[in-house]
Design a protein around this ligand. Structure first.
Ligand code: OSB
Ligand code: MG
Length: 368
C-alpha cells in the first residue's frame, strides 16, 4: 500500500478537572490526530501523545508536527509500505518517538482496516477485556479532602487500581490517608522524576503502605539512583520516562534499576516497539502495565488493545473516556465491572465522530 493523503488535526479537549502532576497542570488536552488515506482506499488514524509543552519529555506538539512534515512523512512516501517497515524507515531520524508513533499507528490502522483485522488480534491479544486503573492528580487546591473525594468517586466507579501522583511535600501523608481509607485496593504512586538520590531514605518510608510499585521517582537519566532505590526499598521500582527502547529496557532490567515496566507506545516510538518491549519483559518475568497520556478514543483504543497482551498482568492507566473528557472524539470507552472491552472491529475499531472532530479541531494541516 502507498500513502496518498495525510492530514493532521490539532484538537483541544477540555478536561473534566485540571490534571496536576509534579511537572505541570493541564486544563485542556492539546492533541494531534493523524489521518492517513492509502491506495487501498481506506483511512487510518493515529494519535500523537506529545503535549503542548516539552515538560513530560522533550517532545511537544508544534515540534512533532514539524518533524512529521519535514523529516518523517517523506521517508514513508514513494514506497510500497507494510506496517512492519515503518520503524526501520523512520529509524535514521534521531529521537521524536511520539511523532514516529503517531505516523506508525495511522499506517498500521489503515493496513488492518484494509485486511479486516483488529489491532488487538494483530498484536497478539489474549483477552477480550482489560482491567482498568486510574491516575489521580495532585489536587489543584492541595487539599486532602479533595483527593479523598476524587479517589472515592473512582472506587465507586469500579476502578481496580489507584495511582496517586506524588511530589516532594505531597507524598507520605496522602498515601497514608488513601491506604487507611482503602486498606485493600491495589495502590501505586508516580513521581514523574521529582526526587533525587538524596531522597532515597524518605521514599523508603512508602514501604509501609504495601504499594504495587513506585513509578519513576528519579530523573530519567539516573540509572544508578534507581538501582540504589530498588536495593533499598521493598516496593518494586517501575520506570516510565527512562524506558525508551527494547535495548535500554533490557539494560535497565539487567542492571537492577527497574523491576516493573510502564509501557507507553508513544514514548518508545510506536506500538511495534511497545510489543517488542512486552515480549522482552514476558521472557524475563518482569511485569508490565499500559501507561496513558490522556489519550482520546483513538489512542485509548490502541492502548486497550496493547493491554490485552499476555504480559500485561497489572491494571493499566486505561481509564474510561469520562475520566478526562465530557465528550471524547470517538464513541466513549466505558468501564463495566472495572474493565473495558477490547475493540474487535477492523483496525482500531473506532474512528472520530465527524461532527465532534470538527467542533474540537483548532487547526488542520495537510501534509500530503
Ligand atoms: O507519568 O504516567 C504518567 C499523564 C501525562 C503524562 C504522564 C503521565 C500521565 C498519567 C495519566 O499519569 C495517565 C492517563 O490516565 O492517561
Ligand atoms: Mg508515569
Amino acid at each position: 500500500m502507498r500513502i496518498e493523503e495525510v492530514v493532521v488535526h490539532r484538537c483541544a479537549l477540555p478536561l473534566v478537572r485540571p490534571f496536576r502532576t509534579s511537572f505541570m497542570v493541564e486544563t485542556h488536552k492539546d492533541v494531534l490526530l493523524v489521518e492517513i488515506r492509502t491506495s487501498d482506499g481506506v483511512t487510518g488514524w493515529g494519535e500523537c501523545v506529545a503535549m503542548g509543552a516539552p515538560l513530560y519529555s522533550h517532545e511537544y506538539n508544534d515540534g512533532a508536527l514539524e518533524v512529521m512534515r519535514e523529516f518523517l512523512l517523506p521517508r514513508l512516501l514513494g514506497v510500497d509500505l507494510e506496517p512492519e517497515d515503518v520503524p526501520a524507515l523512520l529509524g535514521p531520524v534521531r529521537g521524536h518517538p511520539m511523532a514516529k508513533g503517531a505516523l506508525e499507528l495511522g499506517v498500521v490502522d489503515a493496513a488492518l482496516r484494509a485486511r479486516g483485522v483488529s489491532f488487538a488480534s494483530y498484536l497478539g491479544s489474549v483477552r477480550d477485556e482489560v482491567d482498568c486503573g486510574v491516575s489521580v492528580g495532585i489536587p489543584a487546591d492541595d487539599s486532602m479532602g479533595t483527593l479523598v473525594a476524587e479517589v472515592q468517586g473512582y472506587v465507586d466507579q469500579g476502578y481496580q487500581r489507584i495511582k496517586l501522583k506524588i511530589e516532594p511535600g505531597w507524598d507520605i501523608e496522602p498515601t497514608r490517608e488513601i491506604r487507611r481509607l482503602h486498606p485493600r485496593i491495589p495502590l501505586q504512586v508516580d513521581a514523574n522524576q521529582a526526587y533525587s538520590r538524596a531522597d532515597i531514605d524518605h521514599l523508603a518510608a512508602l514501604d509501609e503502605f504495601d504499594l504495587l510499585l513506585i513509578e519513576q521517582p528519579l530523573h530519567e537519566d539516573d540509572v544508578l539512583g534507581h538501582k540504589l532505590l530498588a536495593d533499598r526499598m521493598a516496593t518494586p521500582v517501575c520506570l516510565d520516562e527512562s524506558v525508551l527502547s527494547v535495548d535500554n529496557a533490557e539494560s535497565l532490567i539487567d542492571y537492577g534499576a527497574c523491576e516493573v515496566v510502564n509501557i507507553k507506545a508513544g514514548r518508545v516510538g510506536g506500538y511495534l516497539t511497545a510489543k517488542a518491549i512486552h515480549d522482552l519483559c514476558l521472557g524475563r518475568g518482569v511485569p508490565v502495565w499500559c501507561g496513558g497520556m490522556l489519550e482520546t478514543g483513538i489512542g485509548r483504543a490502541a492502548n486497550i488493545a496493547l493491554a490485552s497482551l499476555p504480559g500485561f498482568t497489572l491494571p493499566g492507566d486505561t481509564s474510561g473516556s469520562d475520566r478526562f473528557f465530557t465528550r471524547d472524539i470517538t464513541e466513549p470507552f466505558v468501564l463495566d465491572g472495572g474493565r473495558i472491552a477490547v475493540p474487535s472491529g477492523p483496525g482500531l475499531g473506532v474512528e472520530p465522530i465527524p461532527e465532534v472532530l470538527s467542533e474540537l479541531t483548532v487547526s488542520s494541516h495537510r501534509l500530503l
